[in-house]
Ligand binder design. Structure first.
Ligand code: ATP
Length: 219
């Protein structure tokens, strides 16, 4: 499904290159469930952002479903992202001016799903995540954990083939966190490919394989 070949990413700091990714290569097959672990600053979020087509490496190749991501036009890349990828952001990235309902609905609008179908999907998500009573609230009116749940519901609303999740349970209590991990396991059993970044050994164990990052390299 995904091939990352010799990715390098750097920032110029004080005239010298500071490497965030140093020759990262990774093959991800459909149905994989990968947990990326590693110390803070080791490059995990950067790698996930590149896989999620939200950032680009300075060098290397990225093949997604047989297409060369770094050579395609921005519009095509956006289409690929919207059709296939769900992203749970570390910092939620909900749209502040939209309600919970509207936030979850947004990716469905981009996917050209009819109004009637959108209504049914969002209702199902609100119900599944126990947030029906929050549907008309704005993100600023929610706790961090509730915003994280809405971010997960939004990522899953469009039934993505690939789910990318950056510390998806970082702000949840342990019971909620376990429920989300069980949900991810179920999704993966149903065929969704998952890549999660986590600091939790317990959550990492839900993956089929764990890859460790250290100083911008996979170990
Ligand atoms: N614009 C920038 N300029 C310089 N360095 C940057 C910039 N953006 C990110 N970095 C550096 O890239 C490195 C990797 O960051 P990244 O967020 O990928 O790490 P991470 O492993 O996800 O960390 P965490 O677990 O804390 O989220 C960090 O050392 C960070 O300082």
């Amino acid at each position: 499904m995904i091939q990352l070949k010799h990715l390098f990413k750097w920032y110029n700091v004080g005239g010298t290159r500071s490497f965030v990714l140093k020759d990262v290569s990774l093959d991800i097959v459909e149905g994989d469930f990968i947990s990326i672990m590693g110390p803070s600053g080791s490059g995990k979020s950067t790698l996930l952002n590149i896989i999620g087509m939200l950032d680009e490496p300075d060098e290397g190749e990225y093949i997604f479903m047989d297409e060369n991501v770094l050579e395609m036009k921005a519009k095509k890349r956006t289409q690929l992202y919207q059709s296939h990828i769900g992203y749970v952001f570390q910092a939620y990235h909900l749209l502040d001016e939209l309600t919970v309902y509207e936030n979850i609905e947004t990716p469905l609008i981009y996917k050209d799903i009819s109004g009637k179908e959108r209504k049914a999907i969002v209702a199902d998500m609100l119900d599944r995540f126990g947030i029906v009573g929050k549907k008309d609230l704005f993100p600023a009116q929610l706790s961090g954990g509730q915003q994280q749940i809405v971010g997960i519901a939004r990522a899953l609303a469009g039934s993505p083939k690939l789910l990318l999740a950056d510390e998806p349970t970082g702000n949840l209590n342990s019971k909620q966190g376990e429920e989300i991990m069980e949900l991810f396991k179920q999704l993966n059993d149903d065929g969704v490919t998952i890549i999660q970044v986590t600091h939790s050994e317990k959550n990492a164990e839900y993956g089929k394989r764990i890859v460790n990052m250290l100083d911008g390299q996979l170990k």
